[in-house]
Design a protein around this ligand. Structure first.
Ligand code: GLU
Length: 297
């Protein structure tokens, strides 16, 4: 693809735990492709969960990335400093009549779905395995929803998927490109309906991952999203939000995940080998690059 301006890449970790080999793979692959295409490399800290993301974990993350040899442009974008951008996008969708406040707790949703399934139905589940929202609020009037919100009930703002799809009125696709290889790209049919009425914000967290990532990729002018296959299905939601909000559309490359000896993907919470621990055990950054074949021995 030809670009008048340099392509823009980003690595977007969440500072809610220590970086591990899976993050190193993603950060290095972004850098390799970015350099090959003479692009710009941005770093974005996805720290919307202010209870799990801490300044200590953030400094550790920056230190690990520097040690790894990642070079990013300053300033780093911290999502927690941009809540107003996500609120504006949510408000736009609200004015379009595409979001509604929902009040059922996780436990209530589970019980309601279990009851529905006892009656013989199989209730739809999203690609992550969570049931689609079974509550009645999408059919409420705006006044009903507002009255309930003002009674201070905790709530989540959900996208009315059916209406959103009607509004778009055409099948959507996104571009998946083999950026690590020959660069061929192909259109992938987006299936946002598989997710049901996704959460876009909560009364106590002003944005969800889906909303923030879509808004930020556009605001930062990201042209190439290189990230793990675990986010492949979520791209359908991002594509729909881009269309509804009139935002630019990057090209995607979803890379394989680093898995452990038992075939599980690495995770921060399982205490999998962190970059910090590897470094403390004398591993060199160059060895990690060689391990992923990002450099020749
Ligand atoms: N913050 C996300 C994560 O750490 C990545 C988001 C993305 O690359 O789109 O898994």
């Amino acid at each position: 693809m030809q670009h008048d301006t340099p392509p823009v890449f980003r690595f977007a970790p969440s500072p809610n735990g220590l970086l591990h080999l899976g993050h190193a793979h993603s950060a290095l692959l972004n850098q390799k492709i970015c350099r090959k295409m003479a692009g710009r490399y941005l770093l974005r800290l996805e720290d919307i969960d202010q209870t799990r993301c801490t300044p200590q974990l953030e400094s550790q993350m920056l230190e690990d990335l520097r040690w790894l040899g990642i070079e990013w442009e300053e300033p780093v974008r911290r999502q927690s400093e941009h809540f107003a951008d996500y609120a504006a996008a949510l408000e736009k969708l609200r004015r379009m009549g595409l979001v509604y406040p929902s009040f059922m707790t996780r436990g209530e949703i589970k019980r309601a779905v279990a009851e529905l399934e006892v009656q013989g139905d199989t209730w739809p589940r999203d690609p992550d395995g969570s049931p689609h929202y079974p509550g009645p609020e999408r059919d409420w009037s705006v006044e009903q929803g507002d009255a309930m919100r003002h009674s201070k009930a905790k709530h989540a703002w959900r996208l009315d998927m059916k209406r959103a799809l009607e509004q778009v009125g055409e099948a959507l696709t996104w571009w998946e490109a083999d950026l690590g290889g020959a660069g061929q790209r192909q259109p992938i049919p987006a299936t946002p309906e598989a997710w049901g009425d996704v959460i876009l914000a909560r009364s106590d967290t002003p944005t969800s991952y889906h909303l923030a990532v879509t808004v930020d990729d556009a605001l930062q002018g990201v042209t190439h999203v290189v990230r793990g296959r675990d986010l492949y299905e979520a791209t359908s939601v991002h594509r729909l939000l881009q269309k509804l909000l009139g935002l630019s559309e990057p090209v995607y490359h979803h890379h394989d995940l680093v898995i452990d000896d038992d075939g599980r993907k690495l995770s921060k919470s399982d205490g999998d080998v962190s970059l910090k621990a590897l470094r403390q055990n004398g591993v060199e950054a160059a060895e990690i690059e060689r391990f992923f074949r990002f450099s020749t021995p």
